[in-house]
Design a protein around this ligand. Structure first.
Ligand code: VGL
Ligand code: ZN
Length: 201
């Protein structure tokens, strides 16, 4: 990998792995490869989905709403999820097999009750910034490689924002797993290709 590259590891947390509250099929299978990849990059960033119990993305906080239904929020459509990655809980912790020592930065997102944050760069209003763009620019990073969970939500939204922000952007699909809800995987792949994101295995 180049001198200017960073590996961005998205949401490798207990709740997104088998046995978790929003388990992604095979989510834990990608951990050995991600651990190995960390050795190849000069900069490694991990993200952590980190929600308060009253988070607006939880179906349980909307009367009568079913998990995986979609509602209209001030910032656009929002899928409602089972309660997951509640800050301070075991489910929100990074998977115990994931190596965290090589990480330069662990960045949390989704901690504001009223707004979800799939992307590592912007909350779902697409304007509120997490600070990651500035961090990477300050580190001289220009090329990003994304891996982790879930390919069709947080990985894709992060990669799309990265491309929009001008980073050379690559997703290693073999080191990701998807939720695949109502065509979300197909749509995410099409959007990433259209945005100039390189998809590799
Ligand atoms: C994610 C749904 C809700 C993800 C996070 O990490 O892809 N998906 N929160
Ligand atoms: Zn979430």
């Amino acid at each position: 990998m180049t001198r200017n590259g960073a590996l961005i590891v998205i949401d490798m947390q207990n709740d997104f792995c088998p046995g978790g509250k929003l388990a992604v099929a095979g989510g834990d299978e990608v951990i050995p490869r991600i651990n190995a990849l960390m050795q190849e990059f000069p900069v490694v960033v991990l993200t952590q989905d980190w929600h308060p119990p009253n988070h607006a993305s939880f179906a349980s906080n909307h009367d009568g709403a079913a998990p995986f239904s979609v509602i209209e929020m001030p910032y656009g459509p929002q899928t409602l999820w089972p309660d997951h990655c509640i800050w301070g809980t075991e489910g929100a912790r990074l998977h115990p097999d994931l190596h965290t020592d090589p990480a330069d930065l662990i960045i949390r997102k989704g901690f504001r009750a009223g707004i979800d944050s799939y992307s590592a760069f912007f909350e779902n209003d697409k304007t509120t910034r997490t600070g990651l763009d500035g961090y990477l620019r300050d580190r001289g990073v220009t090329e990003l490689t994304f891996v982790g969970l879930a390919l069709d939500f947080c990985v894709a939204w992060s990669a799309l924002d990265a491309a929009r922000l001008g980073f050379t952007t690559r997703v290693l699909e073999g080191a990701c797993r998807a939720i695949d809800l109502d065509g979300s995987l197909h749509n995410a792949r099409q959007a990433m290709i259209a945005a100039g994101v390189t998809l590799e295995d």
